[in-house]
Design a protein around this ligand. Structure first.
Ligand code: DQA
Length: 137
């Protein structure tokens, strides 16, 4: 089983960025624990702040990985191009949001990506990534 977590813009700042919304833990620390929890699977991690780079990554992994766990950050609410990329690849994608976007500003209530994804996990903190891994295994 080969899975990848792809994080979009500003998620490299987890642990430092708005801790009241996103928590105190860096993604690197969380990811190291997650890898230890699932020694039997290949679990990769990629982060970018650039929309085109995120699309290139989806194309690169989308025909060889079993699943993609995607938190596209603010691109979720803006990017038809990322939605098209999800629709173009073979791998199933689970959309994850750390915060409860429905309890926040209305511009965060719409996702261009959800309809192209297998499912969506929202508002459960970093635990959402683990639940997405659990779905695939
Ligand atoms: C986010 C929610 C988005 O609205 C926001 O732009 C992010 C993070 C989340 O994980 O809660 O960057 O995707």
């Amino acid at each position: 089983m080969k899975l990848i977590i792809i994080n979009g813009p500003n998620l490299n700042l987890l642990g430092k960025r708005e801790p009241s919304v996103y928590g105190n833990e860096s993604f690197e620390d969380y990811f190291a624990q997650l890898q230890m929890e699932y020694p039997g699977i290949t679990l990769h991690y990629f982060q970018t702040n650039h929309e085109g780079v995120l699309i290139d990554k989806l194309h690169e992994v989308g025909f060889s990985y079993d699943g993609i766990i995607l938190n596209a950050g603010a691109f979720t609410h803006t990017s038809i191009a990322i939605a098209d990329a999800i629709g173009a690849i073979d791998a199933a994608v689970v959309e994850v949001h750390i915060s409860n976007v429905y309890a926040r500003e209305t511009f965060r209530h719409h996702s261009y990506l959800s309809a192209k994804c297998e499912g969506v996990i929202v508002g459960l903190g970093l635990k959402g990534y683990e639940l997405a891994v659990e779905f695939f295994v």
